[in-house]
Design a protein. Sequence first.
Length: 284
Amino acid sequence: MTEGKVTYRAKKETVCPVCDNNFRREELLTGGGRMNAGDLTDELHRVYLTTQKYGDVYPLIYPVSVCPQCWYAAYPRHFEIMGAEVHSRIEETIGERKNILKPFFPNLDFDGDRGLEEGISSYVLAALCYEYRDPGTTPTFLRGLSFLRAGWLARDLHNLMPADNYDYMSKIYLRKASFFYGEVLECERKGSESIENVPHHGPDLDNNFGFDGVLYLLGVLLLKYGQRDDSPRRVTALKAARSAVSRIVGMGQTSKSKPSALLDLGRELHKTIKKELEEISGEA
């Protein structure tokens, strides 16, 4: 198989606001058959198929900016802007960030071309750093999105290395994502944080499913990755999932913000949740 060029280095240097390191972001080239889009999964994740020229391409490993020196990470629109208090907290936790990831990925290199390990780690680092960001950066939503994408990429890594238990890592990250997606709704309810002005809700790169996508993902993540050991807690979580999904499918009308693919998936998800609730507690 002939390997083709997939990425390039940005001409403009990015300056890390934490340690003043300069680096050039790795950007994904588009076109030329590099990305062979496959199906959309029930988690709204776009699968990309292997191509003869470029092999396996994972567009999701590139969106997060990571300083190769201190491992501060953020989405590009927030990367170079932070207040003094945020700076202090992120600077204080440099060692903590590195110690969390090194046992799993001892050979991480954010100066070189990214692979799945750097892609997964970039999202984990972003989730860690957004813990200290102000509400205006929508940190709760971006932590959920980051863990969701980390879970997807860990699943991809498991498919390449099935003996190394990255499927377990994937489930942990997806469970964390379900927690933060639930917290997004709680923040909206309280008015402490709003995702109304988020430019791209994703969850993947090609489609923006908006707030309805957030509601749907909360439902599907709770159903698939929520705890199952405690039946009363499971029932409570499933009811929350059903309520979230009902807000999507209740009107049942396709629109630009509510595409048919999301409505169809939402209806199926609602049926599945209802069925499990009936099996557990006899509730409809």
